[in-house]
Design a protein around this ligand. Structure first.
Ligand SMILES: [Zn+2]
Length: 300
């Protein structure tokens, strides 16, 4: 039993194993270095802020019912795995912007405006509790054609038993679906913590656990000023990168200000912007082409 097919399979297994080991190393680094923001999610102070926010939203989001039964499914190969970036050919200049911790009362709408102006689709990892407080904003994200991912109900970092982890993720999936019509199998663990019970549950439920390859640093306690945020993102921009930014969890006016320049510079460098499912689909297709070529060569 030593057909070329089999030896290719063995190679793939070895590569998968090695990549998995590296990811584990990185994930341990991430969890120990205290990632993302350390502050909790800011809740709306009063109904007043809600009311003023509603005025900002366009009419079509006010009235839509969750019309679409949209499933932005990621390719099977990524379901139940942890992903930090797409592994693409060096000339495949695509990048995915992601926004966490919203929907928020003000900054989410501002970010949506900028994305619309640039004709860009992004991925928003929403907190269930925030979707409950700001359903119109969540709807607008979906109406604008962006992808929504699950970022738990409370944004807790602490260790959770199975029932709590299940509730954190399932309640959020439910409210995202009820509010926006989007079903999601994208999950991002709050703070990037991989070992507090949430990721274990998410993987069992076949979510793709989406980490990131670049952070703007916009949610750090002493986050950089606008030029620093731009610089952080541009510094490591590469094909297949996943950029972490925030539209919620505090005042994100700096992120809003930094976004147009980030987009303009990356566009000038030849990048186009895709959602996470699109990004993973591109990798899956590249891989299947490569596999077909390798098989053809081994047959010849
Ligand atoms: Zn978060």
């Amino acid at each position: 039993m030593s057909s070329p097919k089999l030896s290719l399979l063995m190679k793939l297994i070895i590569i998968t194993f090695l990549t998995g080991a590296t990811s584990l190393g990185i994930s341990l680094l991430l969890t120990t270095s205290g990632f993302e923001h350390l502050s909790g999610i800011i809740k709306p102070k009063s109904d007043g802020s809600k009311a003023s926010h509603h005025k900002l939203m366009s009419a079509d989001a006010q009235n839509i019912s969750p019309a679409t039964d949209q499933m932005n499914e990621v390719p099977k190969a990524f379901q139940g795995t942890i992903v930090y970036q797409a592994k693409l050919k060096a000339n495949e200049k695509v990048i995915a912007l992601t926004f966490d911790d919203g929907p928020g009362p003000k900054n989410t709408a501002q970010i949506l405006e900028i994305l619309k102006k640039n004709d860009i689709k992004a991925t928003f990892f929403m907190v269930g509790e925030m979707v409950k407080y700001f359903p119109q904003v969540a709807k607008q994200v979906a109406v604008d054609g962006h992808v929504i991912g699950n970022h738990t109900w409370h944004h807790w970092y602490r260790h959770m038993n199975l029932a709590t982890a299940a509730s954190e993720i399932d309640r959020t999936a439910e409210i995202i679906y009820q509010t926006t019509g989007e079903k999601t199998n994208l999950f991002r663990p709050p703070g990037g913590f991989l070992n507090n019970g949430l990721v274990e549950y998410a993987k069992n439920e076949k979510y793709a656990v989406m980490m990131w390859s670049e952070e703007s640093g916009d949610a750090e306690r002493h986050s950089p000023q606008v030029p620093g945020l731009v610089k952080n993102v541009l510094k490591y921009a590469k094909p297949g990168a996943i950029v972490l930014m925030h539209d919620g969890g505090g005042n994100r006016s700096k992120s809003v200000k930094a976004l147009p320049e980030m987009i303009a510079t990356l566009k000038a460098q030849g990048y186009r912007f895709v959602t996470i499912p699109q990004l993973l689909e591109i990798q899956a297709q590249e891989k299947s082409i490569m596999k077909a070529e390798t098989l053809r060569q081994s047959v010849n």
